[in-house]
Write a protein that binds this ligand. Structure first.
Ligand SMILES: [Zn+2]
Length: 272
């Protein structure tokens, strides 16, 4: 076989490999995830900071732990528990971008008559993010599809300051797209919560199982109902600017073990 042909075949094989993911991308930083080989053929009792953690079986029937790391986590060694025994992994530092905005005071705090509604929505969101279901329990990991196409107008982890006051860092990514553009499910799952939220507008939560939950906000219309099972690629809604949004975009959050993490770690490298 000519050398050039061998080279092109191996290049094709290499590119196929790099486009498929067996796991989300290991990134041991605040807001990232740790992908750790548990070196066992049996599912274990695994916990991180008091929360159950996701386990994926590889092709050799070996289990791996996938742990969401909070943005507020200090770098250094942290413990997780495997069948009651402490194990450690190292979290590196990551400097996220900062953004300073000047806003009118009346927009930075919600009106008093909306407080009860906001509290109720916060309880519903918390309940959704803390679920740990058996959905897709023994399924192999499939890289997420990008839920909507457009430039990322605001990255995950962005540190925002309104009138010099620090706000919570950005807990997802914003994808800018025209009003009415499609939003699809990035992976199989169950629609566990839908509604019109004060801050987030028309929103959907999908449970992908094992503590992996995704959220879609500011939608123009919702195209699925609570309780429905969806497949990767299925239409769930349309881009809009409902709730507190300055223009049409999708706010997309990925949460694992009730920890908001970088959504890009779940995408195949060629999907952006
Ligand atoms: Zn956002």
């Amino acid at each position: 076989m000519p050398k050039s042909l061998i080279l092109s075949i191996s290049l094709i094989m290499l590119s196929t490999l790099s486009h498929s993911l067996n796991f989300p991308i290991d990134s041991r930083v605040p807001g990232g995830i740790a992908v750790i080989n548990l070196e066992t053929a049996e599912k274990v009792q695994a916990e991180f900071q008091g929360k159950k953690i996701w386990q994926i079986k590889d092709k050799d029937d070996n289990y791996w732990a996938i742990i969401g790391i909070p943005l507020s986590q200090k770098p250094g060694y942290v413990n997780f528990l495997v069948n009651g025994k402490e194990k450690k992994f190292l979290i590196e530092n990551k400097a996220y971008k900062e953004q300073y905005l000047t806003v009118k005071r009346k927009h930075s705090n919600p009106p008093a008559d909306q407080i009860k509604r906001i509290q109720k929505e916060s309880r519903l969101s918390k309940k959704a993010f803390t679920r740990f279901s058996e959905i897709n329990q023994d399924a192999a990991f499939n890289a997420f599809l990008l839920p909507s196409h457009g430039p990322i107008s605001s990255p995950f982890g962005l540190k925002r300051f309104f009138n010099e006051q620090p706000r919570r860092p950005h807990s997802g990514i914003d994808i800018a797209a025209p009003r009415g553009a499609d939003i699809i499910a990035p992976a199989d799952g169950e629609i566990i919560l839908t509604g019109n939220f004060f801050f987030n507008g028309n929103s959907i939560f999908i449970d992908h199982g094992q503590g992996l939950i995704t959220m879609y906000c500011h939608m123009d219309t919702l195209e699925v109902e609570q309780g429905k099972m969806v497949k990767a690629g299925e239409l769930i809604g349309k881009i809009g600017s409902t709730g507190r949004a300055t223009g049409p975009h999708l706010h997309w959050t990925v949460s694992l073990n009730n920890t908001r993490i970088e959504p890009l770690l779940f995408l195949a490298p060629d999907s952006l």
